[in-house]
Design a protein around this ligand. Structure first.
Ligand code: PLP
Length: 281
């Protein structure tokens, strides 16, 4: 399959990244994952927009703009004939001898992208189990940066406990997941952490907020405490790769009935109605 390298499309064995790439040294870069449904990228403009915002927040200027990025990623998906899958794109601050401060103006960011194909018959995921983990990340979680060590550690801790995802909390205040946003339902109201520097403003979260408005579902953008979550009626998480995923258990305690509840189900239906109509093959 083909890869995007800066402004070129190259074959697998033609990809070469410098050992001095700042992504490799420092995680000095940003990234996005965009889902492809029926050959069409979902919320591509939003993802690419967020990527350029993340780049700006770390004071990195990409060598071309969002429109060109969109057309390049579209072409990559076409070249690789992706129907169900995703495209991963990242940009690092470039390759230069290892000093922490930014390299000179002559050093340009390195952009790479690849596609991943999902099985043709979709695997319906089981409701997720969560493990609460201390959120020890930095204070700019709004940036989708390549620096994911704390997320990696949290996810591993969850996995070792037999859980799909970590439920991150700062001093008992639930923020989000290691690679997802988190939502609780109590007495018909959906609760989720407000958009701030403590969470990534998920694109799926944004679609969910839109769905809620459209179906008249009350939402409170108020953080939940870790104590609150155990007594929620329903709980679910959201991400580009999993969409809306119901949660059955948190720290070994069943949430509600342990099965997807009515609010979650209604929202999932509203979300699915927004997905691109697959073009005939
Ligand atoms: N929060 C974090 C920390 C993430 O890494 C992600 C995505 O991977 C999300 C939330 C969900 O964001 P999105 O819906 O844009 O995939």
């Amino acid at each position: 399959s083909m890869y995007l390298m800066n402004d070129r499309f190259v074959k697998n064995d033609e990809v070469s990244i410098s050992i001095e790439d700042r992504g490799y040294y420092f995680g000095d870069g940003v990234y996005e994952v965009i889902r492809v449904y029926g050959g069409i990228m979902f919320t591509a403009e939003e993802h690419i927009g967020r990527m350029y915002e993340s780049a700006e927040k770390i004071r990195m200027t990409l060598p071309y703009g969002p429109e060109e990025m969109l057309s390049k990623l579209t072409r990559l998906i076409e070249e690789n004939a992706i129907r169900e899958g995703h495209v991963y794109v990242q940009a690092t601050r470039g390759s230069a001898p290892r000093v922490h401060q930014f390299p000179g103006e002559d050093i340009t960011p390195v952009i790479t992208a690849y596609t991943k194909s999902y099985p043709e018959v979709p695997v319906v995921p089981e409701p997720a189990k969560l493990k609460s983990v201390d959120d020890v990340r930095w204070l700019r979680c709004d940036i989708k940066s390549l620096n994911l060590l704390a997320n990696v550690m949290a996810k591993q801790e969850a996995h070792e406990a037999g859980c799909l995802e970590a439920l991150l909390h700062r001093d008992g205040t639930v923020t989000e997941g290691s690679s997802s946003n988190m939502f609780g339902v109590k007495d018909g109201v959906i609760y989720t952490h407000p958009v701030s520097n403590f969470i990534l403003n998920g694109i799926t979260r944004r679609v969910i907020m839109q769905c809620c408005e459209e179906i008249g579902q009350p939402v409170a953008e108020e953080p939940m405490s870790l104590e609150d979550v155990y007594s929620m009626d329903e709980f679910f998480m959201s991400s580009t790769t999993n969409g809306i995923l119901p949660v059955s258990e948190i720290d070994g305690q069943k949430v509600g009935e342990g099965t997807p509840g009515p609010v979650t189900k209604r929202l999932m239906a509203a979300f699915e109605a927004k997905l691109p109509e697959p073009a005939p093959t």
